[in-house]
Design a protein around this ligand. Structure first.
Ligand code: HEC
Length: 104
């Protein structure tokens, strides 16, 4: 039925909005959020044990932040930071840092 299909479409879009890699608008928000990250994560590469996060695949980037947030990945600093990030924040940051990497 058309109604059912429309409802299914809405559910799919809602799920996609939660899980999908972010688009251009989100990358702009990610740039704003990244001010907090750039004190440690330099654009130029690894620095004193802090890995570069530029150009990471968005899915890997989000998976890492989620792992810190649910404490399945150990690192006190990143756990504290990830705790304050929503899924939308993580997606925006992932989009921004991914674009930084592909622009070079
Ligand atoms: C105080 C320093 C510091 C700040 C600020 C910081 N990080 Fe990190 N980050 C680290 C360190 C150190 C690691 C490596 C931890 C480990 O070994 O798991 C890391 C790891 C990561 C990783 C995993 C990288 C990989 O290759 O697996 C991601 C993604 C990440 N940070 C994202 C962010 C984001 C996004 C922000 C800003 C919201 C941020 N970090 C802010 C120090 C920092």
């Amino acid at each position: 039925m058309a109604g059912g299909a429309a409802r299914a479409g809405m559910v799919l879009r809602a799920v996609a909005a939660l899980a999908a890699p972010a688009g251009a608008a989100d990358a702009a928000y990610g740039e704003y959020l990244a001010a907090e990250c750039s004190t440690c994560h330099l654009r130029s590469g690894d620095f004193k044990g802090i890995p570069s996060i530029v150009g990471l695949p968005e899915a890997d980037f989000i998976a890492a932040l989620r792992a810190y947030r649910d404490r399945s990945r150990e690192n006190v600093v990143m756990q504290t930071i990830a705790k304050s990030l929503s899924d939308a924040d993580m997606a925006a940051l992932a989009a921004y840092y991914h674009r930084l990497g592909t622009k070079r």
